[in-house]
Design a protein around this ligand. Structure first.
Ligand code: GDP
Length: 317
């Protein structure tokens, strides 16, 4: 399936980390017929509002990048919001896409859908083979429902709805609020503030031992468009780099990039979360896609963006 430059594309969640990267990429590729609504203009949790919006706009393609997201702390403390908001957004957007004849829909999930103790690297087929990581099970259950909605609408109605699972993301547009952010922007902000205030130490949560994989959002946008062009199946597809590093190694990279010269201390009272999260990328590699942005370069580019935009940073999305 080839998207035409004139096709109307609705990117839900275009102000978030993922959505904004997809918009940058679509615009760079010459797609101009983009339909965008902020969450204030269109509350995706409201069924009637979503119905009216789809009936009026009739998009050809839908990229579902809207979600209630957050790091380990936010997920653990706002379970009802993480479950309800995400379920409602997915159900409304997917059902309206079906009702309005959307040609193809790409739903973006997360690798936290995989069981906490699944073998690594995480293969797509491990979905629903064991219990989830308790600190983010609310979000994970909602995202699994999103996958199942895509599969159900394909099976029952023949809709070409696909679902992709990106690994931990970072990049311009991330959430740098310490109460809600993921580890990468949190560390960037902590090292940055500590450098400015000439502090002796920076505290990193947990043991520093958990392993995580980090994908730049521009790579994700590239993969998303690749899948829209080349993938038409009901199985989920992982999007990752295929390599992980420890939180301690990440902290040291971010410290170098920011230029903080003090010590790192670990706060064992904060949770580690799942011990390792690395995706198996053989499926998407087999289709012909791979990540291109080197981690250190990506961190440096993101820090540059942070420096230029810190007065204008968003809170929890
Ligand atoms: P996760 O990948 O779903 O566990 O979410 P996070 O990105 O929030 O956390 C990843 C890992 O980084 C966990 O082991 C955290 O304990 C650790 N971590 C270390 N320092 C921080 C921090 O300042 N903020 C966050 N969010 N995580 C941190």
């Amino acid at each position: 399936m080839t998207m035409d430059r004139q096709d109307k594309i609705y990117v839900a969640g275009h102000r978030g980390l993922v959505g904004s990267a997809i918009i940058r990429r679509l615009k760079a590729d010459g797609y101009e017929n983009l339909v965008l609504r902020t969450s204030k203009e269109l509350d995706l949790r409201e069924q009637q509002a979503v119905r009216d919006f789809f009936a009026e706009e009739k998009p050809h393609y839908v990229i579902l990048a809207a979600a209630k997201v957050g790091g380990i702390l936010a997920n653990d403390t706002l379970p009802a919001e993480f479950l309800y908001d995400n379920l409602m957004m997915e159900a409304n957007v997917i059902h309206s896409s079906y009702r309005n004849g959307v040609k193809k829909l790409l739903a973006l999930g997360s690798t936290c859908i995989y069981p906490k103790l699944a073998a690594q690297p995480l293969k797509e087929e491990y979905l629903l083979t064991g219990p989830l990581e308790p600190t983010n099970e609310w979000y994970a259950v909602a995202k699994i429902a999103g996958i199942k909605l895509c599969q159900a609408y394909r099976r029952q109605y023949g809709c070409n709805f696909i679902a992709a699972m990106p690994t931990n993301l970072y990049g311009p547009g991330d959430n740098f609020d310490l109460g809600a952010s993921h580890v990468m922007p949190a560390l960037m902000r902590k090292f940055h503030d500590a450098k400015l205030e000439s502090r002796a130490t920076v505290t990193v949560w947990g043991s520093g031992k958990p392993l995580r994989e980090f994908l730049h959002v521009d790579d994700l946008a590239d993969a998303g468009l690749f899948l829209l062009e080349h993938y038409n199946d009901d199985d989920i597809v992982n999007i990752g780099v295929g390599e992980d590093i420890s939180i301690a190694e990440l902290a040291s990279i971010v410290r170098d990039v920011v230029g903080f010269e003090g010590e790192i201390v670990y706060d064992a009272s904060k949770p580690d979360g799942t011990p390792r999260k690395l995706v198996d990328v053989s499926k998407i590699s087999g289709l012909g896609w791979r990540a291109k942005i080197d981690l250190r370069e990506g961190v440096a580019q993101t820090y540059q963006w942070f420096l230029e935009n810190q007065t204008d940073l968003r809170g929890v999305c």
